[in-house]
Each structure stands twice: as C-alpha cells, then as structure tokens.
Design a protein around this ligand. Structure first.
Ligand SMILES: Nc1ncnc2c1ncn2[C@@H]1O[C@H](COP(=O)(O)OP(=O)(O)OP(=O)(O)O)[C@@H](O)[C@H]1O
Length: 257
C-alpha cells in the first residue's frame, strides 16, 4: 500500500531506523490494536523493503517458518517458508504475537537475531547468511502473558525493544479523523469515552478498548449508524460477555451519546 498513514507516538521511527541501519532485530511490546502492525508496515514502506507478516499461533512450528519438503509428480522438492524467503531476499519478517509460537521456533530465531545473522536449515543442511537488508521484528502483548508463556530472557535480550501504548489524546484524534473521515468533535467524544473505559480496565475488563475498535466505531458512525448503537457494538460487546460489565459500559456510553 503506498503512503500508509502512521502517526508516530514517540521516537519509535528513529529507533527503528537506527536498528535497521545497524542490522539489529526489534521487539515491539504493547496491547492489541495500538498500532504495532501499522508501524511495521509504515517502516517497511519507508525502508523500501518487502514485509512478510506471520500471525503466530500455538501450533506454529519452526518448520512453518523455515520451510518443508513437498512431494509432487516428479518427486520431493524443498519449499522455503516465509522466514527463509525474508532472509534470502532482504525483507522484514514480522512475527506477530510471537509468544504464541511453539518453543522450537527459538532454535531458528536465536542465530538470526544475534551477530551471526544466519539461518540453519536442518532438513537440507544449508546454512544461510542473512541478506544485509533482512530484519527480524517480533511483537507481543505483555498483558496476555502468564508465567508459562513469557518470552525467555535469552530471547528478549537479543532485541532492541520498543514499548507501545494507546496513542496520546491529540494523536488518537488525528488517527480517527484520518482513518475514517469522522468529524473532530465526534472523534474527541469517542476518545474521552475510550479513556473512561480504559480506566475501567483496571477493575472489570480483561483488555481496554483499542485504537482499532475506535476506528471501527468511527467507521460505523461515519456510515450512518446511530452513534450510541455503534458504541454498543464496537466498544461494549467486543470487550466483555459479562452482563454486569456490559451494563456498566452501557451506562458510560450513555454519558457521551
Ligand atoms: N499510530 C497510528 N497511526 C495511524 N493509525 C493507527 C495508529 N495506531 C493505530 N492505528 C489504527 O489502529 C488500527 C489497529 O492498529 P494495528 O493493527 O497496528 O494494531 P496492533 O498493535 O498491531 O494490534 P495486534 O497486536 O492485535 O496485531 C490500524 O489499522 C490503524 O487504523
């Protein structure tokens, strides 16, 4: 996508560029929907490098990243996985929610994320030296972690790390207006409402409403949905299944729309 919008939160653009220029890997920490993926897409565009994004899940293994032997009519052949393609081509490889991936992935990620910058392909015996433009970027949401699922120190300490959070008020207003074309006044109301709900998170909610949900809500309002209904559908229902919590959220929505 050309000329992607990204409103920077802090000095993350400079830090990322310095890491990229020095061939260091980057870890992005932060809650869901606060702009991590958009940031990586924007940086890939700025650096003019291809981007391979991999959404990690609990079944994702080193083989899924690296590649596998496949069989066709003429026999078996090797097919590179997305990580291997990125390493060969000099792309940015973005592993979203990396703590979800199976533990055997660290075997391939560690030698790629330190000074060696190499990828051993156990199945073929090949040892690939990463292209100078290859960059490994991973993200995770510290809020979801439990003792079993945190990142190991030996992994964390291989990355330049950046913390993300929901954008500050004036930035989030600009994001909503730019992303959806909604009026500034409505954007401000939505963000004040979200901030009330974010405070509620400390007590009743597993996760606070993200910028992504605010964007959805603004899109619905912009397309003619009644604002109160849009808030119920985009800022209440996605956050909880608990009747009491939903009632509390509804009362807060009623204060604004
Ligand atoms: N700084 C920003 N500039 C422009 N748009 C933003 C920004 N932050 C968030 N957004 C908007 O919020 C949406 C969600 O952000 P994004 O997909 O990057 O979240 P994320 O942190 O990667 O979430 P997850 O961890 O669930 O993948 C984006 O599609 C974009 O519309």
């Amino acid at each position: 996508m050309a000329n992607l919008n990204y409103i920077s939160q802090n000095n993350e653009v400079e830090i990322f560029l310095a890491a990229a220029n020095n061939r260091l890997p980057v870890l992005l920490k932060g809650p869901t929907g606060c702009g991590k993926t958009r940031f990586v897409q924007y940086m890939a565009e700025q650096l003019e490098r291809p981007l391979y994004t991999i959404a990690c899940h609990d079944d994702l293994s080193a083989t899924d990243l690296v590649g596998r032997h496949l069989i066709d009519g003429s026999g078996t052949y090797w097919q590179d996985g997305p990580l291997t393609r990125a390493v060969r081509e000099g792309a940015i490889c973005y592993l979203d929610e990396v703590v979800e991936a199976r533990k055997d992935t660290t075997v391939v990620l560690h030698p790629l994320s330190d000074h060696r910058r190499e990828l051993p392909l156990e199945r073929t015996g090949e040892l690939i030296q990463a292209h100078p433009n290859f960059m490994l970027v991973m993200s995770y949401n510290p809020g979801y972690q439990n003792a079993m699922k945190g990142l190991k120190p030996s992994t964390r300490q291989r990355f330049v790390s950046l913390s993300f959070d929901y954008p500050q008020t004036d930035h989030e207003i600009v994001i909503l207006c730019q992303e959806t074309g909604i009026e500034k006044q409505t954007a401000s109301l939505l963000i004040s409402l979200a901030q009330d709900l974010r405070r509620l998170q400390e007590h009743d909610l597993e996760e606070a409403p993200s910028t992504r949900l605010l964007v959805y809500c603004a899109i619905m309002i912009k397309s003619g949905v009644d604002p109160k209904q849009a808030c119920y559908s985009c800022l209440a229902e996605p956050l909880s299944d608990d009747a009491e919590t939903l009632k509390t959220i509804s009362r807060i929505i009623d204060n604004y729309f």
